[in-house]
Design a protein around this ligand. Structure first.
Ligand code: GLN
Length: 483
């Protein structure tokens, strides 16, 4: 049962082929069998999940029909689930129990979903490999010597290892798409503002978005129907009508235009990744889509711009962890200032400290204009690149990362190498547009590679439509690693 998609499990539950409790237990058996190798989860509240599953079974028996009734879903550990820990895989929050549900979690629960566990991540979502978790690294289920990507590496690995049917992740600069790409699953970063961030622990507030990580585009649509839409608790959530994403999945894509950005197929792109993405483009052409070469000329400034802005916002957001109101507090201190310093010294990992220092620097007087302000200006240019491109095409297709999943330890000692690997995902966050990664094939060595499909602001429906049509033609998304 743990091998099912959300859509097929929903059907099975309706037809009473199995119960929600049996479905959940199947996932837990799978977790017990493979979690030693993969390490996708940081904690599980099985008692709570089982009682949610029993409740779902009662509702099913009573003839209730909710969109996610009885379906087990994992949640990244930077998203609050009431009564559960929300650690962000950081020592500073290791005992933080969330007093409320994030809006997305509340919406999942209202739709009948069962929250089966919290997934591992790079500390505070800062990273691209899940090695920066203070708990343990997660391993790629396709090759345990390799990283699952990050920062939502736990969610991606959990779906790929079939420990859950679907998961939520968050994406500030690629953290849903890049791990989905490395683990061979589907991961959608919605338009900035499409999904409420209330109850998501803030990293870089002008970039953060929550999104679904699933086995199919169809399941992503199902989840988007539930988690999307305006939320009075999040002033940055957009008041834009939420379409029914499932109903438009199968629409014809004939005549739609695919933009191929020149800058994304340049030096540094692995040849196998290149050819897998090119094959995916051929498949889309066979569906009647047309290709047009486009240019996103400011791409080469994206990494620098992102790391200036994201670090600036992070340094501000993370100033709240001072040991006073919640989280870890150092017991070593003799004065208040001492307490702040020791708490932060003990609580934050190396990468988080690096970013707080970088962010504080770019915001400091004398440097603000040269870095932060300049970064904001370049961000506008990057956004305009996409606006211009979308005059010529309906979607943009590109790789997610220059290389397939790398080995554990390969980049973790060299932050610059790690940052550079985000080149194909971060512009999308700077522009705020929606983008998905869907499985597109395996390398010779058996590592999954995805293709990235970007859309206009609030056109998740278009992105999901193209993805679903692709998945109707191919079976890359049906392949799972043998563990
Ligand atoms: N890898 C990027 C970073 O380290 C993106 C992370 C994310 O999207 N949360 O910041």
């Amino acid at each position: 049962m743990h091998r099912l998609t959300l859509t097929s499990a929903r059907q099975g539950l309706k037809e009473k082929k199995f119960s929600a409790l049996e479905l959940l237990q199947s996932c837990y058996q799978r977790i017990d069998a493979v979690e030693d190798k993969v390490g996708a989860f940081v904690h599980q509240n099985r008692e709570q999940a089982m009682s949610q599953a029993r409740e779902a079974d009662q509702k099913i028996a009573g003839g209730e029909d909710l969109p996610l009734l009885g379906l087990p879903i994992a949640v990244k550990d930077n998203i609050c689930v009431a009564g559960d820990l929300t650690t962000c895989a950081s020592k500073i929050l290791q005992s933080f129990e969330s007093p409320y549900n994030a809006t997305v979690v509340q919406r999942l629960k209202n739709a009948g979903a069962v929250i089966l566990g919290k997934t591992n991540m790079d500390e505070f979502a800062m990273g691209s490999s899940t090695e920066a978790s203070a708990v343990h690294p997660t391993r790629n289920p396709w090759d345990l010597e390799r990283v699952p990507g990050g920062s939502s590496g736990g969610s991606a690995a959990a779906v790929a290892a079939e420990e859950c049917l679907a998961a939520l992740g968050s994406d500030t600069g690629g953290s849903i798409r890049q791990p989905a790409n490395f683990c061979g699953v589907t991961g959608l970063k919605p338009t900035y503002g499409r999904v409420s961030r209330f109850g998501l622990v803030a990293f870089a507030s002008s970039l953060d978005q929550i999104g679904p990580m699933t086995k199919t585009a169809e399941d992503a649509a199902l989840l988007m129907n539930v988690i999307g839409g305006k939320d009075p608790q999040d002033s940055t959530s957009a008041d834009v009508a939420l379409p029914d994403f499932v109903s438009t999945l199968a629409g014809d894509v004939k005549g739609k235009k695919i933009g191929i950005p020149r800058e994304y197929f340049a030096e540094g792109l692995d040849t196998e990744v290149d050819s897998i993405v090119q094959n995916a483009i051929r498949t889309l052409e066979s569906l009647g889509m047309e290709t047009v070469e486009i240019s996103l000329p400011h791409t080469r400034y994206a990494v620098a711009t992102y790391y200036i802005l994201a670090c600036a916002e992070a340094s501000t957001n993370l100033s709240r962890y001072d040991g006073v109101r919640y989280g870890h507090r150092s017991s070593e201190s003799t004065s208040l200032v001492d307490m702040y310093e020791n708490t932060r010294e003990e609580g934050f990992g190396e990468e988080v400290k690096r970013r707080i220092i970088l962010g504080t620097f770019v915001l400091s007087s004398g440097y603000y204009d040269a870095y932060y302000l300049k970064g904001q200006q370049v961000r506008t240019l990057i956004k305009q690149d996409f606006e211009n491109a979308f005059q010529q095409c309906d979607v943009i297709v590109a790789p997610n990362a220059p290389i397939p999943a790398f080995k554990l330890g390969e980049k973790s000692q060299d932050p610059l190498q790690m940052y550079l690997s985000d080149i194909y995902t971060i512009s999308i966050n700077l522009a705020g547009i929606p983008s998905i990664s869907i499985p597109a094939g395996l390398t010779q060595a058996g590592l999954p590679v995805g293709v990235q499909i970007m859309g206009r602001h609030f056109d998740e429906a278009g992105v999901l439509n193209v993805s679903h049509r692709f998945q109707m033609e191919t079976d890359h998304h049906k392949k799972f690693p043998s563990l």
